[in-house]
Design a protein. Structure first.
Length: 323
């Protein structure tokens, strides 16, 4: 299992080829599994050389629904014991407008320039920015105290660090569980429409300019009836943040949590896939109807510059895969 993440040291092409050669000679039946909770642009530096990627891995574990094993950042489900959410005023008690949190101290080279974009957006509406290097901070690193802080806002900027297919992270799902409406930039809109609760978010790229977006936010802010339409889904559904609890007081353990790609539960799922006969063997050779290629269109080829509108796209940076 190759649980790739941003902190991994980069192997050389020669090392990848040698590792693959050793497998082909000494253990050709060995299954290789690609796993990561990051989007592909965050782990480019740990990619194997392009010439051998198409046949290197037998399975994949990512947040994407096309993976062999899918571990999404979040999801929504039917709420059978629904409370009277339709009668709740979700604007009540929210005396703040828009919040944004970021742990990054500056724009990163492998991400679009979110901080510059938020600063630009703040010219048109009031945005409270939280983070280690900012004046505003959550009371502590605990999710509960951050929830109490952010839940006083009507809107939250759920801007992903990259814009890739189905890359909808805890920034979005956590916002929903906190009772706040996310303003999103990230995956294509059709991904949000398919994976998120109905009418639960505001897609920034729908607007012609930052001022248009800000004007709409201020309209919702002044009209509680309109604002509450973005919470009507709560009558029938519940949002689940599937991202591991990274509270430092709870993470001191040698046992990875179930929703990590390298958890004991995930390893068992890999074994089940193998036992089910998805991978069939003939003699000492593995023959499979499926190999995971990290350069495939739904994974390596799914990342684009953020936004189609020029007022968003001007903050994009870096190179993207083309398929």
């Amino acid at each position: 299992m190759f649980t790739q993440d941003v902190s991994r040291r980069r192997a050389t092409q020669e090392q990848w080829r040698e590792l693959n050669r050793i497998r082909s000679i000494h253990n050709p039946r060995q299954q290789w599994v690609y796993g990561t909770r990051e989007c592909v642009r965050r782990i480019l530096r740990v990619f194997p050389p392009v010439g051998i990627t198409s046949s290197l891995y037998n399975m994949s574990i990512t947040y994407h629904s096309n993976s062999t094993i899918t571990i999404p950042y979040g999801y929504f489900a039917s709420q059978h014991n629904a409370v009277e959410n339709s009668q709740q005023d979700w604007a009540k008690g929210k005396d703040q407008l828009v919040a944004w949190m970021s742990s990054a101290r500056k724009n990163r080279s492998n991400s679009w320039r979110r901080e510059d974009f938020v600063n630009y957006l703040s010219l048109f509406m009031n945005i409270h920015m939280y983070g280690r290097s900012r004046q505003r901070q959550c009371p502590s690193n605990t999710e509960e105290e951050c929830r109490r802080t952010i839940s006083k806002y009507k809107f939250y900027l759920s801007f992903e660090n990259n814009c890739c297919g189905e890359y909808i992270t805890e920034k979005f799902w956590r916002t929903l569980t906190w009772g706040v409406v996310p303003i999103v930039i990230g995956a294509p809109k059709e991904n949000y429409l398919r994976l998120a609760p109905p009418n639960s978010f505001i897609y920034a790229d729908d607007f012609q300019s930052a001022k248009d977006l800000a004007d709409y936010i201020m309209l919702l802010h002044s009209n509680d009836t309109m604002y509450n339409t973005y919470h009507q889904w709560r009558e029938n559904f519940v949002a689940v943040n599937n991202f591991p609890d990274l509270d430092s007081t709870k993470a001191i353990t040698t046992v990875p949590q179930p929703n990590f790609v390298y958890s004991c539960q995930t390893v068992c799922k890999v074994a089940e896939k193998f036992i089910e006969g998805e991978r069939r063997t003939t003699g000492n050779q593995v023959t499979s109807s499926y190999h995971f290629d990290p350069m495939t269109s739904w994974w390596g080829g799914s990342c684009t510059a953020c936004g189609s509108q020029s007022w968003i796209r001007q903050f994009s940076s870096g190179k993207y895969f083309e398929t």
